[in-house]
Design a binder for this molecule. Structure first.
Ligand code: MG
Ligand code: ZN
Length: 429
């Protein structure tokens, strides 16, 4: 008897499984360049040294699988455009493609499908909002470099008579207030509130809205506002919470990648922290709204980050935590200073060894002191912390997939980046 009842209940469960699994709201978060080494590094970076335990991170709490990132050619190494196209549409394309396939034909994105279904849509990024990752959700272009045309699409790419995106938060004023076309003005005519003052963001209470808080991208988290993505995520979720027909939002930690390209570990950890706190907010949103699905992944890894380098079995997070500026402003300060040690101590909590001092002094006396210092400052910090990098570009390592909430079990295991998109589209349709 017991077996029979169990069988019946299994059948009933299976019959309702699809309807049961389909989330009403989707929060899709992309850490640009956030390969597995970045999430591991972040765990050690945020560890409380006073406890024996290495405290788990929000990434650890929701890890479910891995994704392959190769583009539609024979290189294996993707850029952010091809990968975002795969992650938005389920179609692999060439590097540089913004939601077009290898024949440069537009491909339907999940954001467009969500809009078609009458859902509320949103894009949030710390780069310019028309940068490759967000662009691949609401624009179509043969090249990521056509920034003006991509921004135009946010107005011209109408879905059933509506603009594709109800809420845009990021940077990029220069692409929206142009001589040839004032998109900001056109957005206002379409009923959007237009904000450029980040301090005014808390006062935003209704949709639709366009918030552009930097000429291009936001400054790095380490240099200015360490919580700008967290603040925007909080605002976006509180606005989207009030929508009736479900919502789709893509939130990007855009600049993890840029710190990776720069091989700047302090820069990268500050970006990871802002992204982690944004994920924690999204996870809490799912706890309060169990009809919501949170999926987090990366488009690729950047820089070939290595935790431990030069044969030393050690990675020193105190060194990294002691650096309070990214490498460029630090190099500029050193270039302008008359006293290297003094200028260094204004941005870094640990002192230079004699050898490191000589290294920076030599760079300062070279023909291009700012450039040379920029290179050597990072060399000093990377060596002192035993951080390794293999490239200034991207790498083809698989990325992690994190999921939480309704439907999250669909992302368990090894998958292609296109499979993530296909599953999300299945949920939205
Ligand atoms: Mg990006
Ligand atoms: Zn990149």
């Amino acid at each position: 008897m017991k077996t029979k009842y169990a069988l019946i209940s299994v059948c009933i469960f299976a019959g309702f499984a699809h309807a049961d699994d389909t989330p009403k709201n989707i929060i899709y978060m992309i850490g640009d360049g956030m390969g597995p080494a970045f999430t591991t590094a972040y765990r050690y970076y945020q560890d409380n040294p006073d406890t024996q335990e290495i405290e788990p991170t929000v990434y650890d709490a929701i890890l479910v699988g891995m994704a392959k990132t190769y583009p539609d050619d024979d290189t294996f190494v993707t850029d952010s455009a091809a990968s975002a196209t795969a992650l938005s549409s389920g179609v692999k394309s060439y590097n540089g493609a913004i939601a077009v396939d290898s024949d440069k034909k537009p491909v339907r994105t999940m954001l467009e499908i969500a809009k078609e279904q009458g859902m509320t849509t949103a894009l949030v990024a710390t780069s310019q909002i028309n940068h490759a990752t967000p662009a691949s959700f609401a624009a179509h272009n043969e090249s990521r470099r056509n920034y003006d045309e991509i921004a135009d699409d946010y107005l011209d790419n109408e879905i059933k008579g509506h603009l594709p995106v109800d809420l845009l938060l990021g940077g990029g004023v220069r692409y929206f207030e142009r001589e040839d076309r004032n998109l900001a003005e056109e957005f206002k005519q379409q009923g959007y509130q237009y904000l450029t003052d980040f301090e005014a963001l808390p006062s935003l209470q209704t949709l639709p809205a366009l918030g552009l808080f930097a000429d291009k991208a936001f400054p790095f988290a380490l240099d200015e506002n360490p919580t700008r993505l967290e603040v925007m995520t909080n605002k976006a979720l509180s606005l989207l919470q009030r929508t009736d027909n479900g919502f789709f939002v893509m939130i990007e930690g855009s600049q993890i990648d840029w710190c990776g390209h720069a091989n700047d570990i302090a820069c990268a950890m500050a970006e990871m922290d802002d992204f982690a706190k944004s994920i924690a907010l999204a996870k809490a949103y799912v706890d309060a709204h169990p009809d919501t699905l949170l999926v987090v992944t990366a488009d690729h890894s950047t820089g070939g980050l290595t935790i431990g380098s030069n044969g030393k079995y050690r990675w020193d997070t105190e060194v990294i935590k002691g650096v309070r500026q990214t490498a460029w402003p630090l190099a500029m300060a050193l270039a302008k200073s008359t006293d290297i040690r003094q200028a260094w101590s204004e941005s870094v909590d640990w002192g230079l060894s004699d050898e490191q001092y000589q290294q920076l002094k030599q760079a300062k006396q070279s023909e291009e002191p700012a450039k040379a210092l920029y290179r050597e400052v990072k060399d000093v910090i990377n060596k002192q912390s035993y951080t390794g990098w293999t490239t200034k570009g991207h790498t083809a390592v698989d990325v992690q997939v994190f999921a939480y909430g309704k439907g999250s079990q669909k992302f368990v295991g090894s998958q292609n980046n296109t499979d993530i998109a296909k599953q999300l589209i299945e949920f939205i349709q």
